[in-house]
Ligand binder design. Structure first.
Ligand code: DQA
Length: 183
């Protein structure tokens, strides 16, 4: 006797769609390309590549890579991407600010010692449209007299200083809030 074997029912393709992509009839539709995440440029100036080894009693034991990883995680929570540039050369940082124009949503900059005398960085930042957060691990206002002047602060939206590595997360939170209020 011939027994017909029942074919298993075809498995429907499983498609994950966001609420906005489901039509009224519940059918997935071609949605628009999702917007790319706005980018925050993290700029690190001279000697910050030595974080973790350089005067840990002042700047802590975490490396720059640790700080950037923390900032990147914090940024992701706000739907932001991070691009990081570290250089010991003033001109390379100026170039990075120029390249950021029209490309990135905001800048978080720890200019290192350039904070205290780099008018070229000041001018480059003045030509950037989005929010700018000046960030320091230490609190330069409580240190040597020459560190108590910042030529970057006048063109920054605000300054976060003295909170050690926690400052990276605070800077991202500040940027996220500033970008939200611009929308
Ligand atoms: C610094 C403070 C600057 O005065 C110093 O030159 C640095 C680090 C900070 O993060 O505390 O390199 O920007």
């Amino acid at each position: 006797m011939f027994l017909a074997r029942e074919e298993p029912p075809a498995r429907p393709e499983l498609t994950v769609v966001t609420g906005a992509q489901v039509s009224e009839r519940g059918r997935p539709e071609e949605g628009p390309e999702p917007e790319p995440a706005p980018i925050v440029l993290l700029l690190s100036g001279p000697n910050l590549n030595l974080l973790g080894q350089r005067q840990p009693e002042i700047y802590g034991r975490d490396s720059l890579a640790d700080h950037i990883a923390k900032a990147t995680l914090a940024a992701a929570e706000y739907g932001l991407g991070v691009r990081h540039v570290q250089s010991n050369y003033e001109g390379a940082l100026v170039d990075a600010v120029h390249e950021a124009r029209g490309e990135v949503a905001a800048i978080v900059i720890n200019p290192g010692a350039l904070t205290h005398y780099s008018w070229s960085l000041h001018d480059a930042l003045a030509a950037f449209d989005g929010p700018i957060v000046e960030l320091h691990l230490s609190n330069p206002a409580g240190r040597e007299a020459w560190r108590q002047t910042s030529v970057v602060a006048p063109v920054a939206t605000g300054v976060i200083a003295g909170f050690g590595g926690e400052g990276y997360r605070l800077a991202i939170e500040a940027v996220a809030s500033l970008l939200r209020s611009r929308r």
